[in-house]
Design a protein. Structure first.
Lengths: 187, 777
């Protein structure tokens, strides 16, 4: 995106844009009551996998930790990277890039032949129905607040062999792929 | 503590519990003095006395046994209504409880005082002499009950007594008829009983004379209702029960005691039972009390104002007392004050009675504080096993920290360039050794706290044997030894089902009937032996019988007909391997399914359960001589010793209790039989499994293999690894919900370097090795 395009993009109004401030301003100026009901934004934790930005509801995240030593589980499903020991608790760690078709082979991050994990990589410990599970992310981007109007639920034509993409969130020019943790970690 | 001391402590703990229960029921009776005694409480006391008699007899506590016997006698007479529960009897029982307590106190101190023995004798005499005969009744109230004579004939003495009592008191009697499906009638009946319980008393449960359909069974419950017909009907809403009132003829003229006209139809509300049964709801009762005068006419109609009033006033008094002034409604009741006075008095009289009973028998001049003190005699604390698990885990973590400290100390001692640092390192390592010793003591203590005698299960099984033998029509002598051998509580719990199954098998399949035994020259009664024995770190439990043994020919046929093995395989099998086939899933030699065993689940379940406990099962059998199952179990699972091995740079732990030996093998020693690798171990072939290959790990070139020989049941397997790192005590953590499907791994542990190490599941690896063998064949 060139600089001009970015400028133009910022100039034009998009339907999903957060313009509540402007509307408030407009409502005050011409005496018209705002017909926009105040929406309750939901907080999401945004993170990067390869070059794309994903997000999960922040309430499903128990904690974020640096990548510890992982122990591979022999003969397990390919997306299971291994187990980690988090303060005495044994947690499985998954790679969801395979399921999202972001990569074809699981990364070598566990076992004696694994190199040091990238500095920015983190493990998100997610709460799921089947117990806590770790998910490898390339980096954590931060917390975003998305209003329901900014979320487009389960658009067609999203990659992945399962419905692990719950929707698309748009805030400004940034696109967030919203993940359903249960589905993404389903066996 | 000596074994005898330990047994004694167990006795004291259990007896204290029984006495506590007895005391509670006695107190309940005492509080309800002057009222009709609740048969539930009398039964509870009777049962407590009975268990105390049995328990003390088991531990040879002569004095307690005799006194308990005397008390049981008295209570039995009470229960059957041959004796009325008056103040005298109640006081005697309270005194007896106190004597029990003193006796138990002496027992726990290992004494046998002359004084107390004399007191016990006197108590026994007193209990035996108790017994004012029940007030004479001119007519047996049961005669008034219109009940078929054939039905009456099947009542037990106790049931008859309860029925008579209910008729005498004029309780509305119902016949509750309910039909259930055969498949779940026990459940349905239990539900019905639970529903009926708060509404009154189930006097007897009889099979109904009316058949309950083709697949059903019907029962007649003789029920004495405390509530009105509508309430009873409402309470039974949703159950298959039908109500039918049992008619009672009015008593003849001039008979003493209250008598009510019983309702002939369900819609005529029986008022007296309503008033008698309202002890539960407190608030509404006070309210109704105020309406007392208005409800009076109804009660008068029923014909027994006096008894109704006293019962009602007595029951409501505790509610009104705290509020100070009694509600004005009570004043309106005629002749209500004498019973009310007694009702107010009775709680204080209760406590007084108990106190005086407790302090009176203490001989003057010999202060025995133990006897009057409220301190309990037992030193036992009941702890939830989960808490102990938590503590064990904590010790495991502490051990890891200790290992880290030790490493730190070692490096600073060796690499210390400055003299000070070297000295400091020495000091540090000395302290860590100290810490190590204390931690080991702590760990040992915790493990010991989890230990329970295996006899707990044996006793339950002994009862089971009698029942099964009766059902199967066999005559069995059951001998169990080694009940004092201790095992981890969790193992003992998990062990009961497999042992039960083996015992059922032995009775059902093993032991022959008495005639068959006599005809082959064996004693009439079959011998079933259950034996436990400690062998080092393991406990050996064997279940053996002197029955007909396992029929190898049948085993061969069944295995072939079920397609469990091929004909060529079976021809090569040794006798031992053949016997081992009985552990395969879906194997049962009985063609007919019996109620006891042979439901399709069989020895494979036993084997699996034992596998979960890291146990090994072995079978021995000889035609005509009998069968024996030998179970080898680790003493505990909480902390196990493990062999730490390395494969392709990965580290794994193998529980040492399943490791038989370790070999060092050159690659040229490995032979292949039909593309399957084997080892020759002292003339026997040993299946050989490369762990790296099984786990799809990158293989490394090695000039020798270490082979860990593991065994489970008769199966042996050599597992090849690259390196051996040594032994370590580990606390295994299960992999948890998400990873429960992983095969060959039973859990993970931490070896102190913050690295998670997987623990191999030897049973599953063996299973896999053998399954491979079978697939190839």
């Amino acid at each position: 995106m060139s600089r001009f395009e970015a400028l133009l993009d910022a100039f034009f109004y998009r339907p999903d844009e957060d313009v509540s401030g402007l509307l408030d301003f407009a409502a005050g100026s011409d005496g018209l009551a705002s017909r926009v009901v105040e929406e309750e934004p939901t907080e999401y934790l945004a993170f990067r996998l390869e070059a794309e930005c994903y997000a999960v509801p922040i309430l499903t995240v128990r904690e974020i930790c640096k990548v510890p030593l992982l122990t591979e589980i022999p003969r397990s499903e390919p997306q299971l990277l291994g187990v980690m020991n988090l303060r005495g608790e044994l947690l499985p760690v998954y790679d969801i890039k395979l399921r999202l078709r972001l990569s074809d082979v699981p990364p070598l991050v566990a076992g004696p032949d694994a190199g040091l994990p990238p500095r920015a990589a983190r493990i998100l410990v997610l709460k799921t129905d089947a117990g806590p599970a770790g998910v490898w992310v390339d980096s954590v981007a931060g917390v975003v607040r998305l209003k329901p109007s900014m979320v487009e639920l389960s658009p067609a034509g999203i990659r992945g062999d399962r419905d692990c993409v719950a929707g698309l969130g748009r805030k400004g020019s940034q696109l967030y792929i919203l993940l359903d943790p249960e589905q993404a970690l389903a066996p | 503590m000596s074994p005898g001391g330990k047994a004694l402590a167990e006795f004291v703990a259990e007896a204290t519990e029984i006495l506590d229960a007895l005391g509670r029921d006695l107190l309940a009776l005492d509080e309800a003095r002057d009222q009709e005694a609740d048969p539930e409480h009398i039964n509870g006391i009777f049962r407590a006395a009975h268990s105390l008699k049995g328990l003390s007899g088991l531990f040879g506590q002569e004095r307690i046994t005799q006194l308990a016997h005397a008390a049981e006698d008295l209570l039995d007479r009470l229960r059957l209504g041959r004796l009325t529960l008056d103040d005298q009897v109640l006081d005697a029982l309270v005194d007896a409880l106190d004597t029990f307590q003193s006796l138990l106190g002496e027992t726990s101190r290992g004494e046998e005082g002359e004084d107390l023995t004399r007191r016990t004798r006197a108590m026994e005499d007193r209990l035996a002499r108790m017994g004012s005969p029940p007030p004479a009744v001119e007519e047996d109230p049961l005669e008034r009950l219109e009940l078929d004579a054939s039905v009456r004939a099947v009542f037990t003495e106790y049931e008859e007594h309860r029925l008579r009592e209910n008729v005498r008191r004029g309780v509305a009697l119902w016949c509750v008829r309910a039909a259930f499906d055969l498949s779940d009638f026990d459940q349905g009946l239990a539900d019905l009983n639970a529903r009926l319980k708060p509404l009154g008393e189930v006097i007897s449960t009889l099979p109904s004379s009316r058949p309950g359909g083709a697949t059903g069974i019907a029962f007649d419950l003789i029920f004495g209702a405390k509530v009105a017909a509508q309430a009873l009907e409402a309470g039974l809403q949703g159950t298959p029960a039908e109500l039918e009132p049992l008619a009672v003829r009015p008593p003849r003229e001039g008979e003493a005691g209250p008598a009510f006209e019983l309702p002939r139809s369900p819609d005529a509300a029986p008022a007296p039972p309503e008033s008698a049964g309202n002890e539960a709801a407190a608030a509404p009762r006070v309210k109704r009390k105020k309406k007392g005068p208005r409800s009076q006419p109804l009660a008068l109609e029923a014909g027994a104002p006096r008894s109704l009033l006293s019962a009602d006033a007595g029951a409501s008094e505790p509610d009104t007392a705290p509020s100070g002034a009694p509600p004005s409604g009570i004043k309106a009741l005629p002749s209500g004050s004498p019973p009310r006075m007694r009702a107010v008095e009775s709680p204080s009289a209760t406590t007084l009675g108990l106190q005086s009973a407790a302090s009176a028998p203490v001989p003057a001049g010999r202060p025995r504080p133990e006897e009057t003190s409220l301190r309990s005699l037992t030193q036992t604390v009941r702890v939830d096993i989960g808490r102990l698990d938590g503590l064990i885990n904590m010790v495991g973590e502490l051990l890891l920290i200790k290992a880290n400290l030790q490493r730190l100390a070692e490096t600073s001692r060796q690499d210390g360039t400055v003299a000070l640092s070297k000295l400091f390192g020495q000091e540090l390592s000395r302290e860590t050794r100290q810490l190590e010793r204390k931690l080991e003591a702590l760990q040992e203590g915790l493990l010991e706290a989890r230990m329970v005698p295996v006899g707990q299960v044996f006793d339950k099984l002994a009862r089971l044997v009698r029942r099964i033998a009766r059902e199967a029509g066999k005559e069995i002598d059951f001998v169990s030894t080694g009940g004092e051998v201790e095992l981890d509580k969790l193992i003992v719990e998990e062990l009961s089902d497999p042992l039960m199954h083996l015992i059922r098998n032995a009775i059902d399949h093993g032991a022959e009937g008495p005639e068959a035994r006599l005809s082959v020259g064996k004693p009439r009664r079959a011998l079933l032996r259950l034996r436990a024995e400690q062998k080092g770190n393991h406990v050996l439990i064997s279940v053996s019988d002197d029955g007909s043994g396992i029929d190898e020919v049948r085993v061969r046929e069944v295995a072939l007909s079920r397609g469990l093995v091929s004909a060529s395989q079976i021809s090569e099998m040794t006798r031992r391997e053949l016997l081992n086939l009985i552990f395969l899933p879906g194997f049962s030699t009985r063609s007919s399914v019996s109620a006891l065993s042979g439901r399709g689940v069989g020895l494979d379940v036993v084997k699996n359960n034992l596998g979960n406990l890291s146990g090994i099962i072995d079978v021995w059998s000889e035609r005509g001589k009998g069968t024996a199952f030998h179970l080898t179990l680790p003493v505990t699972l909480a902390i196990v010793r493990a062999l730490v091995v390395g494969v392709s740079g990965r580290t794994y732990a193998v529980p040492l209790n399943s490791v038989l030996e370790i070999l060092s093998v050159q690659p040229q020693d490995i032979r292949t039989v039909e593309r399957r690798e084997m080892l020759d171990l002292r003339g026997q072939t040993l299946p050989f499994l490369r762990l790296g290959r099984l786990f799809h790990l990158p293989e490394r070139e090695v000039n020798r293999h270490f082979v860990v020989v593991v065994g489970l049941a008769q199966q042996r397997l050599g597992i090849a690894v690259d390196e051996l790192f040594g032994q370590q005590d580990i606390v295994t953590k299960p992999l948890g919900g998400r990873l429960s499907g992983v095969k060959g791994i039973s859990g993970a542990t931490d070896l102190g370097n913050r690295r998670t190490v997987l623990v191999l599941d030897v049973a599953e690896l063996l299973e896999e090795g053998i399954a491979q063998e079978r697939r190839r064949a």
